[in-house]
Design a protein around this ligand. Structure first.
Ligand code: URA
Length: 441
């Protein structure tokens, strides 16, 4: 077998055999296939696609390219959740303690933000003392203590995906359903999940810009999950505007605190409730409750203090500081340094989440290169969102910086320009859009 023949087979629109895919992934992982041949095959896959069997084999081979987590110490079925990313996406820090109140235990491996989307690792790191690089030897002890552990991804989890992703990034081969689906699912499978609930975001602030693409990706991942013997559900959620009221690390963790203490925004609660419902039922922890009763119970636990208790337990168990009154202590203090005012009167018609995410990065909340440092206090707070009425001169949003920020002033103005471009104001109230667009099982 040789790589040239494999590239030609895909170029000529043939299905690759399992042996050819295995040869490819092994060669990527051990470095025996040069980047130019890997890139040529990736481009052939982008152009000619893969069928379900090929996608599943690629996923399983990538999952097997490094160490695979054994979660047999968990009480119950190992579950995992994955979001395809967005702006203001603060779901994981609410969801883990919430499902833990139902006895669903999780080992969650999360990533940092890159580009305009935020990352869960950065959000937790904004809490003073919180250790996000947990040694996997400590996972069983932490899960026993609180029902959950959250950590950055270990380097030996699906190493083939890391190599492929870095090449895809620089060869124009990211946008491919089989490549995205296998990349995501390989990490979930290597992470030991038997139940996978996917939050497939859709809209200007997401990878998948429209519903049709989001559905196609969701269906591809469900097919892979099914063929790989994992129970998989995909929830398609709206990312045509940021989720909740804030984006930025400390600002989002403050919103997480509000959500776990019963003062959350409705869109955040809707998405969290939907994901929690599927995770709890697929894990068999619904205690025989009907769908309606379980959904009401999930919402109730956000406001009756039980989710908050689990949230505090998670922070404490990973070394995070809590004030005597139970607030997380953060590494910096966000301050509201400028408001962006509406240039006209009307209703908010649209809020380009990608531009808002870029503005947040300009303020220092995210990084453009992996090595950039971030300002944990930076971000944006939204006074109005789609459907709200504004008068000319009203504040649309506030731009925040951390107290220790050294941001040049012109960056604030660049961020302001992006926000003015992002907000679309029109004369009539727009149609209301749901936070959950579809559920695919
Ligand atoms: N997220 C991933 O993990 N992989 C992709 O290819 C795209 C998004």
């Amino acid at each position: 077998m040789n790589m040239r023949d494999i590239i030609i087979a895909k170029r000529d629109k043939n299905s690759l055999t399992d042996e050819q895919i295995k040869f490819f992934v092994e060669g990527v992982t051990d470095g025996s296939i040069p980047d130019y041949q890997i890139s040529a095959l990736l481009m052939a896959i982008v152009l000619n696609g893969m069928d379900e069997r090929e996608m599943t084999t690629l996923t399983l081979e990538m999952a097997a390219s490094g160490s695979q987590m054994d979660l047999s110490y968990l009480d119950g079925v190992p579950v995992d959740k994955h979001s395809t990313g967005g702006v203001g996406d603060k779901i994981t820090p609410v969801l883990l303690p919430l499902i833990a109140t139902f006895g669903v235990e999780t080992v969650k491996l999360s990533g940092r933000g890159l580009g305009f989307t935020g990352g869960t690792v950065d959000k937790f790191e904004s809490i003073k003392g919180f250790n996000i690089e947990v040694d996997s030897k400590d996972f069983p002890r932490l899960v026993k203590e609180t029902g959950m552990v959250i950590s950055g991804q270990t380097p030996d989890l699906a190493p083939a995906d890391k190599i492929l992703y870095a090449l895809r990034d620089v060869t124009g081969t990211v946008d491919s359903i089989p490549l995205i689906a296998s990349s995501i699912m390989s990490k979930k499978i290597a992470g030991g999940a038997k139940v996978i609930v996917l939050d497939v975001t859709c809209g200007s602030g997401a990878f998948m810009k429209d519903y049709k693409m989001a559905k196609e990706l969701a269906e591809a991942m469900i097919k892979i999950g099914k063929l790989a013997g994992r129970k998989t559900v995909a929830v398609i959620t709206d990312m045509d505007q940021p989720l909740g009221r804030f984006c930025g690390n400390i600002l989002e963790m403050q919103e997480v605190f509000d959500t776990v203490t019963g003062k959350g925004e409705e869109d955040v609660i809707e998405v969290v409730t939907e994901l929690a419902y599927h995770l709890i039922t697929l894990a068999g922890k619904d205690a025989g409750m009907s769908e309606e009763v379980l959904r009401n119970e999930i919402r109730a636990r956000l406001s009756d203090g039980s989710c908050y208790e689990k949230f505090k337990a998670l922070i404490k168990s990973q070394g995070g500081e809590l004030s005597p009154s139970g607030y997380p202590v953060y590494v910096d203090k966000p301050f509201d340094s400028m408001h962006v005012n509406s240039p006209e009167s009307g209703y908010v018609q649209g809020m380009r989440a990608d531009l808002i995410g870029q503005a947040s990065v300009l303020l220092g909340a995210g990084r453009l290169a992996k090595t950039d440092s971030i300002d944990y206090g930076a971000g944006i707070g939204f006074f109005v969102k789609i459907g709200d009425r504004v008068e000319r001169g009203d504040s649309l949003c506030a731009l925040y910086q951390g107290e220790n920020s050294t941001l040049p002033e012109e960056r604030l103005f660049d961020a302001m320009d992006l926000i003015l471009e992002a907000y679309e104001i029109g004369p009539n109230p727009p149609e209301k859009k749901a936070a959950i667009l579809d559920v695919i099982t």
